[in-house]
Design a binder for this molecule. Structure first.
Ligand SMILES: [Zn+2]
Length: 295
């Protein structure tokens, strides 16, 4: 009798281990890119095939924590890298809470600070937690697959997914730039699929990217600069990026009138669909390296 009980207990123990093993080493067939619904602001969550996670910006406040909880399992308390495109409140606001709530290995920044209190708070936590800080420079690549840690910059070794810094450019002194102009611009490549994340980059930087990189900025998904403001997304830039989808990360009835009517008209003229976080909530793409799936 005692033995039978033991067998039964052992059996359930094994089943339990098997299930948890399945949960933890779950093979992903997709790279996930989620434009989180954080109201008026930006927060983009990326997860690679082997579960590497990157958060680009954190919205205006700690609302980002609830949104992260929807795209991350409850037991996962770490994010490999946090990238701050620029320190305006609608991008940095939720990041102190993220650094306090999750273990973060790397923080990447544009190199332009701010005297708003949140930036100071953010920097203090980075120091306190001894998080490795990286200043973004064109040419840096963050490889997302099968790595023990995020390495940069490093030559590809059969790795088909990476996040690449397109701006700021190393030899350009951006210290006097206003924050939007110095926004970190990133391109994510997974096989044949690609995304462009532009922070709040204005048209002057878009022009620079077109002139210096040409067709290299041709992507499948473009996050519109500055929440669809008319200060970004020139017709030249839209032509060169030629996205299948555009994203406006905006709050409902925001006081800026984002996305601006001029941009809506331009997208209609180019026949490019626009997805908006104020209408759709969080927008999730899955890429298998060949095609994009919109959840
Ligand atoms: Zn913004």
């Amino acid at each position: 009798m005692k033995n039978t009980k033991l067998y039964i207990l052992s059996f359930f123990f094994c089943v339990n281990v098997f299930i948890w093993y399945g949960v933890f080493v779950e093979e992903r067939n997709f790279v996930t890119v989620a434009f989180l619904d954080v109201g008026q602001g930006d927060a983009i969550f990326i997860e690679s095939l082997d579960g590497k996670q990157i958060l680009i910006d954190g919205g205006a406040n700690s609302q980002v924590l609830q949104q992260l909880a929807k795209v991350m399992p409850f037991y996962d308390r770490s994010i490999d890298m946090v990238i701050l495109t620029h320190p305006d409140q609608d991008h940095i606001g939720g990041l102190p809470a993220v650094l306090e709530s999750y273990t973060v290995d790397f923080v990447m920044e544009s190199g332009v600070g701010s005297d708003n209190g949140t930036y100071e708070e953010f920097e203090n936590i980075i120091q306190k937690k001894q998080i490795q800080k990286i200043t973004a420079q064109q040419g840096q690549k963050i490889f997302l697959c099968n790595l023990r840690e995020v390495r940069l910059p490093e030559e590809p070794h059969g790795c088909e997914s990476y996040l690449e810094v397109l701006f700021p450019v190393g030899d350009l002194d951006i210290s006097e730039f206003e924050p939007n102009t110095a926004s970190v611009v990133l391109k994510l490549t997974h096989g044949e699929n690609s995304f462009l994340f532009t922070g709040d980059s204005p048209r002057s930087i878009e022009k620079y990217l077109v002139e210096s990189l040409g067709d290299y900025i041709d992507v499948d998904v473009l996050k519109l600069g500055h929440h669809g403001s008319k200060t970004s997304t020139s017709d030249l830039f839209l032509g060169f990026t030629s996205p299948e989808y555009t994203i406006a990360s905006v709050g409902e009835n925001n006081s800026y009138g984002h996305p601006h009517q001029e941009i809506l008209d331009l997208l209609r003229q180019f026949e490019i669909p626009l997805l908006r976080t104020d209408k759709e909530g969080t927008i999730i793409f899955k890429s298998d390296g060949r095609s994009l799936l919109l959840e």
